[in-house]
Design a protein around this ligand. Structure first.
Ligand code: NAD
Length: 238
């Protein structure tokens, strides 16, 4: 069977979860990468059986997630993580308890290394993550930092994931990301540089398909997804 790594699963509402289910239904083994601030809640919900109903596959069996990896796709490796920033984001979600900050702050380089150590290789890489801290601001009101943060989390994160995972992907494998129509048409409300980030993701998909296709025999595609009331979409009032 195939083995898939899906980056950007932290609950059962988003595209990442749905893609994981489809891949599991097709017989793939499922590994996921979960954003560090959401990791504790996701893992405890999984253990407590909160997602059991959402795990039911069309044939009645249950999706099994073989392993959950802590991932922060805005950092390439732990040494990039500014201490105060991580503590701040952990505090926000765990009510002041800043636990295991550094060992949890794993960028794609470290995560790909762990996956290689645990499983040897993968066949499918899914990028289902995005973040734009100023997404609710019109582009004209967006700060330089907000714009760059949107590109870092939503566009470069794919370059970085592919760069570090391609060497452990079996030839003939496939990678995919999720984009949005706001890259080419005006969607008011999709601000903060998120429209720019999706335009970059789409352009990068073509360049990476050329480069990674030649170097590793791996396909690179992006799907322009329709609106879904995921956690990310609700947060911006979509
Ligand atoms: P979602 O909230 O389920 O998924 C986004 C995930 O990204 C979350 O799990 C979040 O924890 C994770 N994340 C954010 N920053 C991260 C980081 N730095 N490192 C690692 N993970 C990080 O929402 P979704 O809407 O399913 O989003 C998945 C993808 O689909 C995104 O690329 C989004 O832009 C795209 N998309 C969504 C819609 C929609 O309407 N929901 C439409 C088109 C495209």
């Amino acid at each position: 069977g195939k083995r898939a790594f899906i980056a950007g699963v932290a609950d059962d509402n988003g595209y990442g979860w749905a893609i994981a289910k489809s891949l599991a239904a097709a017989g793939a083994e499922i590994l996921v990468g979960t954003w560090v601030p959401a990791l504790n809640i996701f893992e405890s919900s999984l253990i407590r059986g909160k997602f059991d109903e959402s795990c039911i596959l069309p044939d009645g069996s249950l999706m099994e997630i073989t392993k959950v990896y802590p991932l922060d796709a805005v950092y390439d490796c732990p040494k990039d993580v500014p201490e105060d920033e991580v503590v701040e984001s952990v505090k926000k979600d765990f009510g002041g308890i800043d636990i295991l900050v550094h060992s949890l702050a794993n960028g794609p380089e470290e995560v790909a290394g762990s996956v290689k150590k645990d499983f040897g290789s993968i066949d499918i890489l899914v990028h289902s993550l995005a973040n734009g801290p100023e997404v609710s601001k019109p582009l004209l009101e967006t700060s330089r930092n907000g714009y760059l943060a949107a590109l870092s989390a939503s566009s470069y994160s794919f370059v970085s994931l592919l760069k570090h995972f391609a060497p452990i992907m079996n030839p003939g494998g496939a990678s995919i990301s999720l984009t949005y129509i706001a890259s080419e048409r005006i969607i008011p409300g999709y601000g903060g540089g998120m429209s720019s980030a999706k335009a970059a993701l789409e352009s990068d998909t073509q360049v990476l398909a050329f480069e990674v296709g030649r170097k590793h025999k791996i396909r690179v595609n992006t799907i322009s997804a329709g609106p879904l009331r995921s956690r990310a979409a609700k947060a911006i009032g979509f």
